[in-house]
Structure formats: C-alpha cells, structure tokens
Write a protein that binds this ligand. Sequence first.
Ligand SMILES: Nc1ncnc2c1ncn2[C@@H]1O[C@H](COP(=O)(O)OP(=O)(O)OP(=O)(O)O)[C@@H](O)[C@H]1O
Length: 295
Amino acid sequence: MNVIETRNLTKYYRDIRGIENLNLSVKEGEIFGFIGPNGAGKSTTIRTLLNFIFPTSGSAKVMGLDIVKDNKEIKKLIGYIPSEVHYYDDMKVRDLFQYSAKFYEQKFEEKTKRLAEIFEVDMEKNISDLSFGNKKKVAIIQALHHSPKLLILDEPTSGLDPLMQNRFFEVLKEENNHGTTIFFSSHVLNEVQKLCHRVAIIKDGKIIEVEEIEKLRKRNYKKVTIELEKSNMDLTIKLDGITDFSADNNLLKFLFSGDVKQLLNYIYEINPQNFWVEEPSLEEIFMHYYEKEEK
Ligand SMILES: Nc1ncnc2c1ncn2[C@@H]1O[C@H](COP(=O)(O)OP(=O)(O)OP(=O)(O)O)[C@@H](O)[C@H]1O
C-alpha cells in the first residue's frame, strides 16, 4: 500500500511556482528521503499534503485519505515536524505536551517522558526560555509521542547538534522497526543516506529522480584524481564518460562512468605522478545530477 500518493500535484503561489505535476508514491514501512536545494518545493509539497495550503491542481492521498476532504482525520494519524518551529511562549513544556495529548484518544505519558530523557528536554522549563534547538526537540517529541503510523518531517535536523542528530536517527530507526513510515525532507543528501531506503530528488518544483539509496550508490561512478608532474592546463581529455571535470594546477579531478580499461590507458598516457580512484559520496553523485539537469 502507498501511504503517500500524489497525482500531478501542483501549487502556484499566484504566479510563483511552488510545485508542478508532482507524482510521488511512498510505500508503507519505508523511510523516504525528499531531497532538493533551497526553493525546490519540499516545504510546499509537505504543507500541501498537510492541507496548510490548497493545491492549485492535482490531488493526493495520505493513508488512503484525500488531503483536502479528509485532512482532519489525516492529522490524527500522522506526526509532523515543521522546518520552523513556532510556539506560544508562555507555557511550560509539560503543559504543552498535556495540551497536545487532548487531541488523541490514547495515553502516552510514558513515551513522552522517555523521549524527553533521550533528547534531554527539561519539561519544567518555559518554552520561551528554550534555545532554537531545544524548541526543535520539543517539536520532535510532539511528533513522536503518540506513535503515529506516518511521520512527515520537514528538515527535522536543522538546529540539532551532532549528538542529538544521532539520537534522533536512532529513535527514527526504532519507530520504523515498529512499522512507522517516514517521509523526510532535507537538502543534505549525506544526512538521509544513512537512514533512507529510497530518495526522490526535487528541483524547480519537479521530481527529477526517484531511486533506491543502494542503487544510487552503485551507479558505478568513480571519483578520479590525477596528480601531474607539472601543471598542464592545455590537456585535452579524449575519454568518454567524464563529468564534473576540473583542473587546478597539477591536479585533475573528475567523475568517471565509462570503460575502466580506457581510463587506465589514459592515466598511463598522461604519465601522472600519482592518482586516486575512489567511490564518490552520494553528495557528489547528486551534484552531478543537478549539473546534468541544468544543461
Ligand atoms: N508563501 C509563499 N508565497 C510565495 N511564494 C512562495 C511561498 N512559499 C514558497 N514560495 C516559493 O515556492 C518555491 C518553493 O519553495 P519551498 O519553500 O517549497 O522550497 P523548499 O524546497 O522547501 O526550500 P528550502 O530548502 O529553502 O526550505 C520557491 O520559489 C519559493 O519562493
């Protein structure tokens, strides 16, 4: 079953493009990364799914329910972390959790307490006294405390220090092991690759790629660095399968996805002082996609 399914979902803010003909399917039980640069349309997608804004055209279902007609029911079934957290400041953290508990039928005091311990949130503090990161942690606890079937997370790690990011990922893995589907937006691919099963790449309001993380990793790109004896900027490269070429003094760098025998011949011919062939990070492959798309 698809937990999220969008059909040509489109949102224009007057004449400004938010998202355009977005088709996205997130399967039950998966951790799905939604990646793209600033302004690509990630928050627009999420805010449309949650019915904070209305689609211009197209439609979408969350857990089989229509995002516009059935939005009240959907909100009870999901947990959501906004990219920017705003609270009424004049309230203790404990009171906020008690207030939000009223929206649900089940009790979850134990889980709230456990999450507050994991994230080191002092429930006796006033929200106005919390730092940005600590407010974010309060939002994380609010999204998780009722053990929702689906988590929709909009840049959830911004503001968290590395230790808390790790704890957060551990908690997400645990939730996922208990069957929770997770939809997770970020502009940092390296971050989601640790966690996600599949990833969609969004750019200029359109999905340009949906791929399993493992497959993306195995796309067979090599990151090649060649050190020449002296700078040779006139060097022309007669080799198929090269992208992202750069020459800096005596260092040549490129991504390579062609025939490795030709690569070896080429390296031999240019008589290098040294060379390195490495696995690129997903971040590097991802940048390559973007450049390819821009041409
Ligand atoms: N309220 C709004 N009014 C007008 N234009 C908007 C509004 N919100 C978003 N946009 C525009 O829609 C496009 C998509 O923005 P969106 O916030 O969805 O991107 P994003 O991928 O979440 O970016 P970021 O990583 O910066 O949060 C951008 O061009 C943005 O300027």
